[in-house]
Write a protein that binds this ligand. Sequence first.
Ligand code: IMP
Length: 185
Amino acid sequence: MITFVTTNPGKFREVSAALAPLGVRLRRLDRAYPEIQADRLRDVVTVAAGIVARQVPGEFLIDDSGLFVDALGGFPGVYSSYVYRTIGPAGIVTLMNKEARRGARFETVFLLGRRGRPPRIFRGVCEGSIARTPRGRGGFGFDPIFVPRGSRRTFGEMSVEEKNAVSHRARAAEALARHLGRRLR
Ligand code: IMP
């Protein structure tokens, strides 16, 4: 059993659904940890892992994700949480108002850790674009403004299963599951 340390029930729902068919079970620990200001998601999770490892017995998982918008030079990226709380998805749409270039990507970095062991990092990316207006009530965070490549709907208009078929987080979960599978052999 792996402890997924997250205050976000949406992340837990997605990762549990992605991993259950692969035989990986998770429990959720609803606890916040400090996130440093850094340019890369992997640096944020690596520092956080050192703190979480001292608090959580056994194996744990943490997820740091961000939305990187091409026309905004990759903003909000590692500042996605702050931007969500301040201007929110509607604010990003306003910033992109006159912008023809709509490209963006979501990225998830997972860290699998255990006290006294070197951490393992897994990444998942989903390319897509920023919608002209927020759409849909599903998902969480910036889901209503992100349209994954190959779809016309936003993540906010999708079920967990539909989002998991293409999402950054589901891809990171697949990489984690491959690692766990190798470990069993
Ligand atoms: P965090 O720091 O990984 O918790 O996420 C940064 C911000 O991005 C938060 O406001 C989340 O709500 C948002 N976010 C993270 N993952 C996703 C996603 O899969 N869809 C939409 N928003 C997300």
